[in-house]
Design a protein around this ligand. Sequence first.
Ligand code: FE
Length: 349
Amino acid sequence: MSNSLKAIFVACALSAAGAALADEQVVNLYSARHYATDEDLYNGFTKATGIKINRVDGDDAGIIARLKAEGQASPADVILLVDAARLYRGEQEGLFQPIQSKTLDSVIPANLRAQPSADGGTQWFGLSTRARVIVYNKAKVQPADVANYESLADPKFKGQLCIRSGSHPYNLSLFGAVVEHMGEQQAENWIKGMKANLARPPKGGDTDQVKAVASGECSIAVTNSYYLARLLRSSKPEDTAVASKVGVVLPNQSSWGTHLNIAGAAVARYSPNKSNAIKFVEYLASPTAQNYFANGNNEWPAAKGVEIDNPALKAMTSDKPFKSETIPISAVGKNMTKVQQMLDRAAFP
Ligand code: FE
């Protein structure tokens, strides 16, 4: 069966379930997160509330396309996406609705959620954070030489930088944050400087960049923190060999702080089970859920005051708090088009 047919079947099954069992409490979840511990996380909610979760998996772009295609007939209640720029796009395209929740307003920091809408509601909330970090080959580079994102464009690294495609959402978000911190002109020069430093045309995901640093194909690279954490926690000898050759820097500790991206949740615009949807998002912000949510993918909890015990994250930060940027995360979405134009002008692949 083709994927689109499968998608139609799942959608029909969801609406049939909603219609036939009027008494049954459900939340229809469209999720771009797929981790083993997420199962336990969802079961915990059903156990506590009796509300069943019907999950449809996709990636960020696929879920956004699907919500648009389904329109008012969409059975979706809660949307989980894994990038701030994509959450912003969903908001701009009118796919979500603002929700009012004292719980979420008090536990999720204001800079990790959408800007308040006219009625004071919020269209999406960050639930976990990931840092975009610099990795370097320990045999070739000193950490002090890559202390800042700015160093990625330093001519001394000509031909030594590996990074995935500039227009990947993780990079659009990082570059969008840099525009906010440096201003447009400097950010564009920075992008041009990185282009001049590329060791090879961008290819693969973040893990591939880390591996290329370990193999010596490049000296420095950019990755989301959890890909590195996965390598650090892996029991596969080939992964630990990679991890042992690379060092990590949480950039800009002495200036504006390391760029954080988020995974987050929104309530769908036409949610047929809105109060269940809000309950579910509130559950995801609770300390137990935050632990599953963050540990399952080696991320930091977004909710205030939640501690996690993750050896790889501790190793990465020397078990110390680090400085992260404080700009509203929605700024990265706002700057996205500008950044894409800069990439085009710089011919950054
Ligand atoms: Fe990822």
